[in-house]
Design a protein around this ligand. Structure first.
Ligand code: AMP
Length: 280
């Protein structure tokens, strides 16, 4: 496994290979867990070479405090990547990626960035778009892998690729969960014991909501979800929405022939957790 820290060294190496259509790219912010590793395994099966990036992108954090506390376990990450037979790892510094100014570029994501995660995390998706675009330009992968855990991010990246006619196939990856249903996240290790114990309610609520969705109208499902979290001392519901999977616009009425997904954000103490589920 080769590790690169600079743009020039990774580009030089990739240019020296006969890549044809065989480079899979998995962007991450490190603190790797089995969810990340499941994506890497999938990428290994589908490509001759796999490159993983580890970069905690400052422009997608609205709070400096959250950025500072983001878990970092580089040595362990490199061991895990080696064990998955990852071919290349790219771990650039902030200076390497942003050179002069640590700023995001403004994007028109056709409203996909204005709902759910976009309402509470201002500028987050411009930060994501900026860094993913930079990585795509440097690495020029044939396939790039994104988890459905961040479904809104996945749809935004797909739009960016389509709008710019980039020759990159975006591959969605299933949400990988703990045995009790909690979606794996690098932030889970920062949960207090009480929060960790309470957190499986998030997925349990989504599963219940999927069953209710077949029988009840959307407003009834939303009320039921709010009730699940009412008076819960450990979990504070930030939003719950049911949205069309292509526009991501939250709906209040079901329309035939549309595909819906439920999206949730919950505060467990100081940790913000998100999850989602396909409904039909
Ligand atoms: P992150 O390091 O959190 O930025 O995540 C890197 C990639 O892994 C993103 O495409 C995420 O959507 C994906 N990912 C994170 N957690 C999970 C999970 N539990 N299941 C599947 N994919 C995930």
């Amino acid at each position: 496994m080769k590790v690169f820290k600079t743009v020039s060294s990774v580009q030089k190496h990739l240019n020296s290979l006969n890549l044809k259509k065989s480079l899979g790219f998995v962007p991450t912010m490190g603190a790797l867990h089995d969810g990340h590793l499941s994506i890497i395994e999938k990428a290994k099966k589908e490509n001759k070479f796999v490159i993983v990036s580890i970069f905690v992108n400052p422009t997608q954090f609205e709070k400096q405090e959250d950025l500072k506390k983001y878990p970092n376990q580089l040595e362990l990450d490199l061991e895990l990547l080696k064990s998955k037979k990852c071919d290349f790892v790219f771990i650039p510094s902030v200076k390497e990626m942003y050179t002069t100014r640590i700023e995001s570029e403004p994007f028109d994501f056709q409203g996909l960035d204005k709902v759910m995660e976009g309402t509470s995390r201002e500028g987050h998706f411009d930060g994501v778009g900026t860094i993913v675009k930079k990585f795509f330009e440097i690495i020029q992968p044939h396939k790039a892998y994104f988890g459905e855990k961040d479904f809104q991010q996945l749809q935004i990246i797909k739009l960016m690729v389509n709008k710019n006619n980039l020759p990159i196939q975006i591959i969605p990856c299933d949400i990988y969960r703990e045995k009790d249903g909690l979606a794996m996240s690098s932030r889970n290790i920062r949960l207090s014991a009480n929060s960790r114990e309470a957190a499986p309610l998030i997925y349990q609520t989504l599963v219940k909501c999927k069953n209710l969705f077949l029988k009840k109208d959307i407003n009834k499902v939303k009320i039921s979800v709010k009730n699940q979290f009412k008076n819960n001392p450990d979990l504070d519901l930030e939003y719950f929405e049911i949205a069309d999977i292509t526009t991501l616009v939250p709906s209040s009425v079901k329309e035939k022939n549309k595909k819906y997904r439920a999206f949730i954000a919950v505060h467990a103490g100081s940790i913000r957790l998100i999850d989602n589920i396909a409904l039909n």
